[in-house]
Design a protein around this ligand. Structure first.
Ligand SMILES: Cc1cc2nc3c(=O)[nH]c(=O)nc-3n(C[C@H](O)[C@H](O)[C@H](O)COP(=O)(O)O)c2cc1C
Length: 243
């Protein structure tokens, strides 16, 4: 699907971006650094309209608990709203936050060939029967409105090209899981070789920046020229995953 046609931002409607952060390394994180470039590109793509970005640090999220597992296994949702502090309540809030976003950016490292446990905790909260997918005779069908998802991932070694010496379970897993809830427009950009010394890191960053530029150039937004134009208008806030 063409992202340029699916972005719902209009002159009157700011573009709401939810950035889901999975690295435990805070501002030192390579995946977060790369996601920042995607935010810049989205700001340019918004064409002078306000981009409203919310950060969700999944490292603050607890794992789902037994009451949540029991609720999902029940034939129907409980009649009364879930009490604050329960996994079900947190799940409601995280799903509402995801649903409110026009664009989702996920910043994640690879941990042991797949996604970090913090990001998996978020997935367990937002992939939820009767809320974000239904079970049909054809399988699970997502109920969320489709929207672009950009995944900025980083890894110490390589998962692409001739130097890849490890399996990559992260990209197929996220692709499939996001599609399960209705998000089919997923784009991956990776910074690879971050553990292989300064030169490899700089080369990896350069390749990743070029990939971001190519991705957004493909949608008619030239990152190389647009920085001479309109000043960027971006508002940023952090959301608590625990509330
Ligand atoms: C627990 C753990 C497991 C890791 N497993 C892998 C791995 O399987 N493959 C890989 O290439 N790098 C692996 N790495 C390295 C990270 O992916 C790499 O340092 C990445 O750039 C970190 O991104 P960040 O700065 O956004 O956290 C691992 C790092 C940690 C802490």
């Amino acid at each position: 699907m063409d992202s340029a046609t699916t972005l719902p931002a209009t002159r009157d409607h700011p573009m709401h971006v939810l950035r889901v952060i999975a690295s435990p390394r805070g501002t030192e994180s390579e995946s977060r650094r790369l996601s920042q470039e995607i935010l810049e590109a989205l700001t340019l793509q918004a064409g002078g309209r306000t981009l409203h970005a919310t950060d969700l640090d999944t490292n603050e999220l607890p794992a789902v608990d037994g009451s949540y597992a029991a609720a999902l296994a029940s034939p129907a949702d409980p009649d009364s709203p879930p009490a604050p502090g329960t996994t079900l309540h947190r799940s409601d809030r995280l799903i509402a936050q995801l649903d409110a976003a026009d664009v989702v950016v996920i910043a994640t490292p690879i941990h042991n060939f797949t996604l970090p446990s913090a990001l998996k905790a978020w997935v367990d909260h937002i992939v939820r029967i009767r809320s974000t997918f239904c079970v049909t005779p054809q399988g699970k069908v997502g109920t969320l409105r489709n929207r672009p998802v950009y995944v900025a991932l980083s890894c110490g070694g390589f998962i692409s090209g001739d130097r890849a010496r490890q399996p990559d379970f992260l990209r197929p897993y996220l692709q499939h899981t996001l599609a399960t809830v209705g998000l089919h427009d997923v784009h991956f950009v990776s910074v690879e070789g971050t553990a292989l010394g300064e030169a490899a890191l700089l080369a990896g960053r350069q390749r990743a920046s070029e990939a971001v530029a190519a991705l957004f150039d493909a949608y008619g937004c030239s990152l190389r020229t647009a920085t001479n134009g309109t000043p960027l208008d971006r508002h940023h806030e952090a959301a608590s995953a625990l509330a």
